[in-house]
Design a protein. Structure first.
Length: 403
């Protein structure tokens, strides 16, 4: 009889998988049994899993032919702000008992994120374990409010890994689905510039966008769907007014009292993000592309006028990829420790209350180090001597045949 032994790394990976699944279960229990009492016009308590209820109700509102983007205070607190396509998708969870549906929804925000990290090249397995552990608490915070941010981060990472493996049709699906999940998920399109067959990638994406966008026609008429998209557009434009979030805009207007419009700040952020793309010769270097992924994950949060604490799992994933994919320096180690303390721990109960009282006047502390790291990555994309070696670009047989 031949004895076989499993790698210690695989065993540890298994423990991390179990830990992530356990966190999803615990967060679902905490979310299900809590209540919130929003101040203002509603004057009543709502279940703590209100976001799940909003998503669930949007499916029933869709099939009933109702406007998705108006208040329903007798059913839920706050407005639905996602696409009609996402409403239809949520039918997968809507008919389940609330706790079971909530648990499956949180698992759907957890498992794809695990898969995305596992598929990343250029990061040793041991480093992936530490990266996942680094993101764990932040993911927990998002799951406790039944948010979709874990899935948003996963879709951006999976877009990148699919492109690296030449699975362009799948990458196009992830980008299109991201777009209908959260508008800024469409930023994944910028990754297409690094890969061959860009035209085919765009065609695939347009096909997916069209297909997913028209998918609600299975339950509503065309004129009604057109009305819903117009209503969604109106809501997004209205929702932007006077919003700054835990973002660069919030820091500029609150801490520095600078009256700069969101549009100007956003334009500056877009320029900062895109400037490294002028280095066309570096496109073939895998570490450059991986750093761009990290920068992208951070950028969509720190320049998001609606960013809140639970959104930061997206940025923290980018920070984890940045730190654990490179050689460690003393400076970066100090920065990652401070990021863990100020960005991940500071909003939660694990942070010592006597210290929290000292910094209570710094509501944007959570955003400070992600902004700093975004600047460091932007600098590194220009100045670091990146290695010329890279993992080979794997092209799927279907895409190879179509090239």
């Amino acid at each position: 009889m031949v004895l076989t032994f499993k790698s210690p790394i695989k065993i540890r990976f298994r423990y991390v998988y179990i830990l992530y699944l356990l966190i999803a279960v615990i967060a679902s229990i905490q979310c299900y049994y809590g209540f919130i009492r929003p101040s203002g016009q509603y004057g009543r308590a709502y279940p703590n899993y209100n976001n799940f209820i909003i998503f669930k109700n949007s499916f029933f509102h869709l099939i009933q032919g109702k406007d998705l983007y108006v208040p329903y205070p007798d059913e839920q607190w706050d407005l639905y702000k996602y696409s009609p396509t996402f409403s239809l998708f949520f039918g997968l969870f809507a008919y389940l008992p609330d706790f079971i549906g909530l648990l499956f929804w949180n698992l759907f925000n957890t498992i794809p994120l695990l898969i995305g990290f596992v598929l990343l090249k250029g990061i040793r397995d041991s480093e992936k374990i530490y990266a996942l552990l680094f993101c764990l608490i932040e993911l927990m915070g998002s799951l406790q409010t039944a948010q979709s941010n874990g899935l948003t981060a996963a879709l951006l990472i999976l877009t990148f890994t699919s492109l690296e493996n030449g699975r362009y049709f799948l990458a196009a699906f992830f980008v299109a689905f991201s777009l209908y999940l959260k508008i800024y998920g469409g930023i994944g399109l910028i990754l297409f510039i690094f890969y061959p067959a860009r035209t085919r990638l765009l065609v695939y994406t347009l096909c997916w966008i069209l297909l997913l966008g028209l998918l609600p026609l299975v339950v509503v008429e065309f004129n009604k769907l057109l009305y819903l998209y117009k209503s969604w557009d109106h809501l997004l434009k209205t929702d932007q007014a006077n919003s700054t979030g835990l973002s660069v805009m919030g820091i500029l207007q609150s801490d520095f009292t600078l009256d700069i419009s969101n549009k100007i700040t956003m334009l500056a952020g877009i320029l900062l993000f895109l400037i490294p793309f002028c280095q066309i010769r570096k496109y073939r270097i895998y570490e450059f592309r991986l750093l761009v992924l990290s920068s992208m994950l951070i950028w969509v949060v720190i320049f998001n006028y609606k960013a809140e604490s639970s959104t930061y799992i997206i940025a923290v994933c980018g920070i984890a990829i940045w730190f654990f994919s490179q050689k460690k320096s003393n400076v970066n180690i100090v920065i990652i420790i401070l990021t863990f303390i100020c960005t991940i721990l500071s909003p939660g109960d694990l942070f010592p209350h006597f210290i929290k009282d000292l910094i209570v006047r710094l509501p944007y502390l959570k955003a400070v180090f992600p902004i700093l790291i975004f600047g460091i990555i932007s600098f590194d994309l220009f100045n670091r001597n990146l290695p010329s070696e890279e993992p080979p670009l794997t092209i799927s047989s279907k895409d190879r045949a179509g090239r």
